[in-house]
Design a protein around this ligand. Structure first.
Ligand SMILES: [Zn+2]
Length: 143
């Protein structure tokens, strides 16, 4: 069964297509995700080979740490990607997906770093740091 999802930044200068079966989104509350997104960031994950850029004129990469880069639109400022160095996966922002996304948020990570102005009370699993792979559920909802 082939799945296909599309997503884009606010202005359209970055657009992408994801085929295959991505890992369901997880909300990251680390300070980097909070600053770059303005709140917290929900990222789904796909193998690099299954995410195709259909528009990249606005795409810029920012090395946010030694281990990762973040992709954003230099035209409108949207935060779209988180790419771990030396790995063949890429995380894409669930909020940039065209709907219906067919995806379901799985839980919260790096909750120890979360902002002090909101509560985590949606009943999903909460991890103070990483989830150790526990939330690595793959979607199967879109035909
Ligand atoms: Zn844009």
């Amino acid at each position: 069964m082939t799945q296909r999802r599309t997503g884009r930044c606010l202005c359209g200068a970055v657009a992408f297509e994801v085929t295959g079966v991505p890992r369901e989104p997880v909300a990251c509350h680390c300070s980097q995700c909070r600053r770059t997104s303005g709140h917290y960031a929900a990222f789904a994950v796909a193998p690099l080979a299954e995410l195709k850029l259909t528009e990249s004129v606005g795409l810029k990469w920012y090395r946010s740490s030694e281990s990762a880069e973040r992709g954003f639109c230099s035209e409108c400022g949207s935060s779209l990607f988180w790419k771990p160095s030396g790995q063949d996966t890429i995380a894409f922002a669930a909020g940039c997906l065209d709907e219906p996304s067919g995806m379901v948020l799985q839980g919260h990570i790096f909750a120890a770093d979360k902002g002090d102005y909101y509560a985590l009370d949606d009943g999903l699993p909460v991890y103070p740091e990483g989830d150790g792979g526990a939330l690595a559920v793959q979607t199967s909802r879109l035909a």
